[in-house]
Design a protein around this ligand. Structure first.
Ligand SMILES: [Zn+2]
Length: 68
């Protein structure tokens, strides 16, 4: 089973995917914080647009279970 078109630009799709990912990375330049409960970094979210400066936890779960 052979096709005459096989072997022509075989990785072109993969290449464009890599470029698209790189562009998305650059675009995702959102501010980040570290959760005060679990210590993990989390990124800015639209729902925090007004209270971002007061946000200390990555989720409601962490907010309700802060360590003593
Ligand atoms: Zn957390």
């Amino acid at each position: 089973m052979t096709r005459s078109t096989d072997g022509q630009a075989p990785s072109w799709k993969a290449l464009t995917d890599v470029i698209a990912m790189a562009k998305m990375r650059k675009k995702a330049n959102l501010p980040q914080k570290t959760c005060a409960a679990c210590g993990r970094p989390f990124a800015w979210r639209k729902k925090w647009s007004r209270v971002w400066q007061d946000v200390r936890y990555c989720s409601e779960r962490c907010k309700n279970r802060r360590a003593t």
